[in-house]
Design a protein around this ligand. Structure first.
Ligand SMILES: Nc1nc2c(c(=O)[nH]1)N[C@H]1C(S)=C(S)[C@@H](COP(=O)(O)O)O[C@H]1N2
Ligand SMILES: [Mo]
Length: 519
């Protein structure tokens, strides 16, 4: 009895050093689980990465209001925040397991196993899962469990903390090296894959369009602080469900059009470039854009007219929906009527004179002017299934967003800045952008402190599918706080609605306002 209790005293009450060792053991085990998992995943399918799998599953199961909140709160960094909190949770989880392992190794092992099973489930649930998707999480879990067993054994054998012996110290170093090696090999493989895609992309020479876009007219971008008329790919907003940007191998890529068609059509990237390409200015907008928000951008897109490909396939007259699918299994439903009514719908391969960037859908994406992105703009597109709304549905429409989602007339005030200060006595410049794709903008008006509406000047535009910049100077404002409001009228003479609506289910509405101070 006496002997046992002396032995136990070392493992039961190991002091701070022992706790640290336990926690470290847990972190090493976690690092190995994830590192080895990622490493194996990088050799099989990127999407079978345990963390990405769990993250994607997490996104898919997150309630709508929380997702909305995250996008509003963190904007473009929503994915970084998600991954960060996922890693944080995992670190805490493994520290707890490491501390538990000392006395309840079985419980700790059960914990690792539960996590492993969850990761396997999540990766198998991915739309692009393969027959081997379960493997990375499984091997990672085995590695993590092994680390936990060995680490705990080492501790028990020494009966002391890591300060107690060279073996412990060596195993810490070894474990650490293994984690770093596995992790960096996994990361390295991911970098290599995105590099080879970047390299393939840099070799692409886009042909001159058979039908070019109009040149930019003089007189745009003339107001300081106004949104640049052309949005660069770098500054273009990004919205998608992909935790890691899909890296598509362009040499094996193809787009297949099938379903309710006379004949299936399959085109490679080379096939697309060999067609007569059209180039068009189009402003894209996300349905999640709030009034005054920046999930909107204007670019010069190069691509193959969608109707050319659809005509080749021959649509069944009963078909009313195009179901696009991306390389990562995301789906988008587009009404056939909108896509084929003569607007410049295309399968785009170029943006502002360059091939698409990976973030914006390389090698090809769909574009239908006048429809919010989630019902039109499938990135990394690989498939268009011609079908019917009563037979199929898509990712966001399954989650409560509208089936029909034409872009609503909208205006944004860019100048003055929110809560900006302007000098009294001088003319106050006011400026912004307005859009009503397919209808165009015929006027923008502003009003200060609920005073009379004043017409703004519209700067030149390149067409109805692109936004227009507007500006107006305000004189004689008293020092103090002021509220500015704006409203636009579309090309059909319809004033944009004052009714305030949230983004869900079919886009926000309402007149934007801005507070500024004359000092
Ligand atoms: N494959 C894929 N395509 C997608 C999405 C996505 O999540 N996955 N999001 C859509 C949404 S909601 C919008 S608003 C646009 C955004 O395109 P961008 O990121 O190039 O601006 O892409 C659309 N296409
Ligand atoms: Mo969107």
């Amino acid at each position: 009895m006496h002997r046992r209790s002396t032995k136990d005293s070392a493992t039961d009450r190991p002091g701070v050093a022992g706790h640290l060792w336990g926690a470290l053991c847990g972190v090493l085990s976690g690092g190995l689980t994830l590192g080895v998992g990622s490493l194996v995943a990088s050799f099989l399918v990127r999407s079978s990465d345990p963390v990405l799998g769990v993250g994607q599953e997490f996104i898919a199961r997150t309630p709508e209001w929380l997702k909305e909140w995250a996008i509003r709160q963190f904007g473009q960094s929503d994915k970084a925040v998600l991954l960060g909190s996922l890693y944080g949770t995992l670190v805490v989880f493994f520290v707890v397991l490491g501390l538990l392992a000392r006395r309840h190794l079985r419980v700790a092992l059960a914990g690792v196993t539960v996590l492993g099973v969850a990761a396997v489930g999540a990766t198998l649930n991915r739309p692009d899962a393969t027959a081997l998707s379960w493997l990375p999480s499984t091997i990672g879990t085995v590695a993590g469990a092994l680390a936990l067993v060995l680490g705990t054994r080492a501790l028990r054998r020494r009966g002391r903390g890591p300060a107690g012996g060279a073996l412990s110290r060596r195993s810490v170093v070894l474990g650490g090296v293994a984690v770093v090696a596995a992790g960096s090999a996994g990361a390295g493989a991911a970098v290599t894959s995105s590099r080879s895609v970047a390299q393939a992309r840099s070799k692409i020479v886009l042909p001159k369009p058979a039908s070019p876009a109009p040149a930019l007219p003089p007189g745009i971008d003339t107001v300081e602080g106004i949104t640049p008329y052309v949005t660069s790919a770098k500054d273009f907003y990004r919205v998608d469900t992909a935790l890691s940007v899909p890296q598509v191998d362009v040499s094996s890529w193809s787009l297949r059009i099938h379903g309710m068609v006379d004949r299936e059509v399959s085109v490679t990237f080379e096939d697309l470039l060999a067609e007569d390409l059209v180039e068009r200015w189009t402003t894209m907008t996300c349905v999640s854009n709030e009034v005054g928000g920046n999930l909107v951008g204007n670019a010069r897109w190069l691509g193959v007219p969608l109707t050319l490909l659809l005509d080749r396939a021959g649509l069944d007259r009963d078909a009313d929906m195009l179901l696009s699918r991306s390389s990562d299994g995301f789906t988008i439903s587009t009404p056939v009527a909108d896509a084929t009514d003569g607007r410049d719908s295309m399968i785009a391969v170029g943006m502002n004179g360059e091939p698409l960037t990976d973030v914006h859908g390389f090698p090809a994406r769909m574009l239908v002017p006048g429809l919010y992105g989630y019902v039109s703009a499938c990135k990394w597109i690989t498939e268009i299934e011609v079908t019917r709304f009563d037979r199929a549905s898509a990712y966001w429409t399954d989650r409560g967003w509208a089936r029909e989602a034409p872009i609503k007339t909208a205006v944004r005030i860019d100048v003055p800045a929110s809560f900006g200060q302007v000098r009294s006595g001088a003319t106050v410049p006011v400026a912004g952008v307005a859009w009503a794709q397919t209808r165009g903008i015929s006027g923008v008006e502003v009003s200060v402190d609920s005073g009379p509406w004043r017409a703004a000047e519209l700067l030149p535009s390149v067409g109805k599918n692109s936004w227009v910049q507007w500006t107006v100077g305000l004189d004689g404002l008293e020092p103090g706080n002021h509220t500015l409001r704006a409203r636009a009228t579309d090309g059909t003479g319809q004033l944009q609605t004052e009714a305030v609506a949230k983004p869900i289910p079919d886009g926000s509405s309402g007149w934007p306002s801005k507070l500024f101070t004359v000092v």
